[in-house]
Design a protein around this ligand. Sequence first.
Ligand SMILES: *Cc1c(COP(=O)(O)O)cnc(C)c1O
Length: 328
Amino acid sequence: MTADLENRCVAIIENLWHANPEEKPMGTSTVGSLEARMLGGLAMLFRWKALAKKAGIDIYSSTRPNLVMGSGYQICWEKFCRYWDIDMRLVPMDENHLSLDANAAVALCDDHTIGIVPILGIIYTGRYDDVKALDAAVEKYNKKAKVPVRIHVDGASGAMVAPFIEPKLEWDFRILNVWSISTSGHKYGLVYPGIGWIVWRSEKALPQELIFNVSYLDGTEATMAINFSRSASQIVGQYFVFMRNGFEGYKAIHQTALDVAQYPAKEIGKIGPFEMMGTAEEVPIICWHMKKGFDRKWTLYDLDDRLRIHGWQVPAYPLPENMQNVTV
Ligand SMILES: *Cc1c(COP(=O)(O)O)cnc(C)c1O
């Protein structure tokens, strides 16, 4: 019955992300989206190996395969790249590009690129990368590429918000080069930790080598997750909240959270020293920095410290590489 609940959850998520049933989408639950991302990354690596071999590229040469993403990535991608010996190619952030610059990302691609990872809900600012613009750049690149590049969307937070709040925003399987999407059930999926989900757009998107058939549990079980035995409680929890809230319930909960977050975003923006960088337009995350040239005897770290005394955790941290001088 748990396997059945899991399949139902996968079907609901496929539907939310506009997978086309005729392409035979596939998906699984995972332990948080870290495992989901490992699987998404491995599928990209295995697909690349097969295609590169066919294209006559030496996959055992001293050139490592590479993965392209914006510098606002979450640490788990660094883990993926280190564990599997993949060269991480980062598109730096700058003041004009607080999310992924599509052309700069494609410019980093070559015959050894296994994929590009845009993020829906960059952890630093809460903003979405523009998947549609990336797709256009990728489409152009693929016309001449020996190995076509596909997109994995890290939708840890946004993939469980956008379908309800911005149904017209195209970031998911409506976009043809998006071959897989991962999300955390325990963020805006509204389940206790830890559960994640990954869906591939088609059978073709998930290399056969990553699917294992288990005969000793009744001959029918196919498994593609890394973890084998695990608690089923999160799957049951996910199914329960899907059923309990329904589409309208999720929409109402997320909209309320956004409304709540937008209030302090507006008010904090009015206080002299601060300039807003994220105002909870997409996910209920707000973020700000000190105005340039504001003459002060304290920093955002001091503010963090003061708020913590009162029991509020409002972390201050530097932006990634290239913008490290900006504390948010
Ligand atoms: C939270 C987050 C992760 C980590 O997800 P877990 O489910 O906690 O493993 C990865 N990427 C992004 C963009 C995130 O927001």
